[in-house]
Structures are given as C-alpha cells and as structure tokens.
Design a protein around this ligand. Structure first.
Ligand code: PEP
Ligand code: MN
Length: 332
C-alpha cells in the first residue's frame, strides 16, 4: 500500500499514523521529495482499512498495490488447493462432475437421477433442498425432507452430496452433507460465510450475479480467514444486457481466477445459460478452458421438473457429455 502525504503534513498527525501502523506490524519506507512525501507500507496490509488512512487531513491519496485478500491469494499460496470430498477430490488431476436436479422432488426422482449420473461418471450428486426462489410463491424446496432424501441417494449410490445452505441456523441439518453450496444470492451473506468459516466443510461458493472477481475472492476470504481452507469457487453466469440466455457465462473467469487464486474453479453452465440446448457446448468450453469441473442440472423428466426444467439436461445427454468432457480433459 502507498500513502501519498499532502505538503507540510502536521507532525503530530504523522507521528500518530506511524505509530498506528507500527502497532499493526507494518514497516514504513518513506520517500521524501521536494514537495511531497510518499510512504511505502510493507507487511500484511490486507487488514489495514484504507478509508481510515484516506480520511486523515495529512493524506492526499492511498493506493493498494496488493490485493486485499491474503488467504485466497495465489501469491502467498502458490500450489493449487485440492479439496477432499469423500473418496473423491476437487482440484488437482480430478475432473469434478457434479450432477443432479435443481431440486429434490421425490425419493424415486432423486435416487433415479443419482443412479443414472453415477453410472455415467458423475463424482458428486447435487440437489436443492432449501431453494432460494425469486418469488415467495414458488416451490421453496422440500427442505429438511429434501436433505433426508439426498442422504438416501448417497446411501444408494455412494456419491457424496452437494446442496445449498441459506442460513447458518440450518447447519445442524447439514451435518452429513458433504459439500455446502452457497448460492449466488448469498455470496455476500457475510454472517453465513463467517459461520461456514468455523466449520471444516467443503464450501462451494457461487459467484453473485453482479459480483466482480474481487468480490468473489473477498467472500472466499471470509471463509478462509475463519479457518476453513476447503473453498471451491463456481462461476455461474453474470447479469448483462443480453436476455437470450438467463445469464452470460463469463469463461474468462477461469484463467483469471486461476491466476489470482489457488482455489479450485468449477463452472455451472446450467444457471449460466438457462437453456438445456446450450449446456453441453458451454460445459465443453469450460473444461477446455481449464476449469476443475462442472456443476450441471440433470433431470429425468425436464418438462415436468418442479424447478429449472428448461435448463436441465436428461441423463442420456449427460452420459454422452461426460464422455466428451473426459476426452477434452485428457487432451488438455
Ligand atoms: C442452484 O445451483 O441451485 C442455484 C440456485 O444456483 P445459483 O445460486 O447459481 O443461482
Ligand atoms: Mn437451479
């Protein structure tokens, strides 16, 4: 961080600033010019509040030269993070294939889809139990019963399960859930992120629909700073002026995030496009682009799905897609 001082700074205020920085273990390297003094701040400045320094009368400008996230930053953690989930892992050499319906509907539905996607090569089963719906009148998910059915599907197939948590007070119900998903709408639910930071559960953190890469990484930072290193990022499309697709899939997120952070990156082509016909192409582009895997909505009967049918692919389409994704991964 660089602090540019105004001309003739008040010595008392300056001494106050220097001792405040010293207390925070920040070394200060001053460069004194004819009219201006510049302070170079060296150390962990991620916990330093820029606005507090900017507000001082003696300060003209404050600039960050380092990213405000430390735990998520690849600079301080060059090796890729690998998150272990049951017998599988996310990151490293593994191509993660999370598949399943948008929401858990019935025992037959979730167990049927679980068996089909497992047969095709899925590594993790997804299914929403607590659903964040735009309308309060839409189906809100089977909730606790949905988690119970997911656990039955896990028992029947051996697949680890991934499902969305919307509130920290739901944590006891998620005890046997393998991956806790934080949805786009909750990416900046900081009290939820703090509570998840106190657990060691793998957290699939989805990018908010209008969140920048830095916003996403700062949300990951909440979980990491709390002591939970098991964070997986997921790009699921952002809101743009385009209305043909439900969102716009930002594929550049893959190489950008791979540069900025060591955390694994998944792509959700289902919510990104909102159209099942586009899902295979976008999934293939994601794996070719270096994603650690994909999260895809698969439904046995998309036309009658209780939620997100138009973007759900069938088990048959998923089966063909998995073979293509494995070929692409092998070629990369
Ligand atoms: C989901 O995966 O079911 C979901 C609601 O996704 P998102 O939070 O990305 O909209
Ligand atoms: Mn959905």
């Amino acid at each position: 961080m660089i602090v540019i001082l105004r001309e003739h700074p008040d010595q008392v205020q300056l001494d106050g600033l220097l001792s405040w920085l010293k207390e925070r273990k920040i070394d200060v390297h001053p460069t004194v010019g004819a009219h201006q003094t510049i302070l170079g701040l060296i150390g962990d400045t991620s916990r330093i509040d820029m606005d507090l320094i900017s507000a001082l009368d003696i300060v003209e400008e404050v600039k960050r030269v380092q990213e405000p996230y430390k735990n998520a930053n690849r600079k301080f953690h060059p090796e890729d993070t690998i998150v272990r989930v049951g017998d599988t892992q996310i990151g490293g050499d593994t191509l993660t294939l999370i598949a399943g319906p948008c929401s858990v509907e019935t025992k037959e539905q979730i167990i049927g889809v679980a068996k089909a996607v497992k047969e095709s090569g899925a590594t993790i089963l997804r299914g929403g139990a607590f659903k964040p719906r735009t309308s309060p009148y839409s189906f809100q998910g089977l909730q606790v019963e949905g988690i119970r059915l997911l656990l039955e599907a896990k028992e029947a197939t051996g697949l680890p399960i991934c499902t969305e948590i919307m509130d920290a007070n739901q944590l006891p119900v998620f005890e046997d859930v393998d991956i806790l998903q934080v949805g786009a709408r909750n990416m900046q639910n900081f009290s939820l992120l703090k509570e998840l930071g106190k657990t060691q559960k793998p957290i699939l953190l989805k990018r908010g629909m209008s969140a920048s890469y830095e916003d996403l990484l700062m949300s990951a930072e909440y979980i990491l700073a709390g002591g939970n290193p098991n964070v997986i990022l997921c790009e699921r499309g952002i809101r743009t002026f385009e209305t043909y697709t439900r969102n716009t899939l930002d594929l550049a997120a893959i190489p950008v995030l791979k540069t900025l952070t060591h955390l694994p990156i998944l792509i959700d082509p289902s919510h990104a496009t909102g159209r099942s016909a586009l899902v295979p192409a976008m999934a293939k582009a994601s794996v070719a682009g270096g994603a650690d895997g994909v999260e895809i909505e698969v439904h046995n009967d998309p036309a009658h799905a209780w939620c997100d049918g138009p973007q759900s692919i069938t088990p048959a389409v998923f089966d063909k897609l998995v073979k293509e994704l494995q070929l692409i991964r092998a070629a990369c």
